[in-house]
Ligand binder design. Structure first.
Ligand SMILES: Cc1cc2nc3c(=O)[nH]c(=O)nc-3n(C[C@H](O)[C@H](O)[C@H](O)COP(=O)(O)OP(=O)(O)OC[C@H]3O[C@@H](n4cnc5c(N)ncnc54)[C@H](O)[C@@H]3O)c2cc1C
Length: 305
């Protein structure tokens, strides 16, 4: 399984594959399992539907590693349009952004400037910006930018990945300053010197970090953790702790990706938990789609069928 995962993750970065495959109709059709459509309207119509039945929503405009300033400005425009439409449609959606899409590979200052524009507009519209965590090479810079911006903006959250050995230290360094931390397992192919590869180890580390985030003194300090996972064993284990410690649901949330474990999504929502669904849109879906395939290689069989 891990060989298939590695091949898939490699193909998401391969120029030829990532330009050829998305042109095939069967690939275009199969991606619709994970996203309602390519346009903002597709995403927000789905947000509206989901919010009507009690889910929270997060949207993300697909794309990563912008290579030119113009590309980053287009990303900013897309997100500004999204924030405007969230407001005009009276939705409660928040946005989730990738710093490489905002220019991290080009110039740190450009990236920070782009992000600030989104934070300011999100603030005006009374909404929120999550920063995704990308590959390990961007981690230091992402944390540095986050730590700088959190001093002036309170509508920003950061993501940590439980597959990284250093995430416990990063969590400790964030606990005093970060009101919103999202915990994920991690979606990229990383070297074994920095990242765990064993599923049980990643699981155990997720539980360990999540339990730190749910400690009473940490929650009292104002942290609102977001547990972003479809792993039902993790979710049940956390709900047991939450119930045992009588933690109010306003102090944490769960989040999942659109189209993954819909049965579990309904179950969690029906058990009176706060659950946000992350909806992706945009034309640059191929690398993101392949990471979804890599998370569960059974998806590849469905695609081939
Ligand atoms: C809201 C949100 C934000 C995220 N942000 C980031 C980020 O910033 N950086 C980052 O590296 N990663 C991010 N991820 C992805 C994350 O790192 C994992 O790759 C992804 O969530 C799968 O891991 P899991 O915790 O669901 O556990 P897994 O063990 O992978 O999955 C648990 C179960 O869920 C189901 N499942 C999981 N994924 C799939 C799939 N693709 N197709 C079908 N079934 C599936 C399967 O039944 C599987 O057994 C995010 C995920 C979510 C939900």
């Amino acid at each position: 399984m891990s060989l298939i995962r590695n091949i898939l993750l490699w193909s998401s970065k391969n120029y030829w594959i990532s330009h050829k495959l998305p042109k095939y109709k069967f690939v275009q059709k199969s991606v619709l399992r994970f996203m309602p459509g390519e346009t903002l309207d597709h995403a927000l119509s789905k947000c509206s539907e989901l919010e009507d039945i009690g889910y929270g929503t997060i949207i993300t405009y697909l794309g990563e590693n912008s290579l030119t300033k113009t590309q980053t400005l287009n990303t900013v425009k897309q997100y500004k349009d999204a924030l405007g439409s969230i407001d005009s449609r009276s939705l409660k959606s928040v946005i989730s952004v990738k710093l490489t899409q905002l220019g991290l590979d080009i110039d740190e200052e450009l990236c920070v400037d782009n992000l600030k524009q989104l934070l300011n507009m999100a603030d005006l519209k009374n909404t929120f910006v999550w920063i995704d965590m990308e590959e390990y090479i961007y981690l230091e810079l992402t944390l540095k930018i986050y730590k700088k911006l959190i001093q002036k903006h309170n509508n920003i959250g950061i993501t940590l990945q439980s597959y990284l050995y250093r995430s416990e230290d990063d969590l400790e360094s964030l606990l005093d300053i970060a009101p919103y931390i999202r915990l994920v397992k991690g979606a990229y192919a990383e070297d074994s010197s920095v990242s765990m590869h064993n599923r049980n180890e990643i699981y155990d580390n997720y539980i360990k970090l999540a339990n730190i985030m749910l400690e009473k003194n940490i929650l009292k300090n104002g942290l609102i953790p977001s547990f972003a996972t479809h792993d039902h064993q993790i979710i049940y284990s956390l709900i047991n702790k939450i119930n045992a410690d009588k933690i109010d649901k306003s102090h944490y949330e769960f989040s999942m990706l659109y189209g993954i474990r819909r049965d579990l999504q309904d179950e969690i929502l029906n058990s009176d938990q706060n659950l946000k669904i992350l909806i992706s849109y945009g034309e640059e879906w191929f690398p993101w789609y392949v990471r979804r395939l890599a998370e569960n290689p059974k998806n590849l069989i469905l695609l081939i069928k």
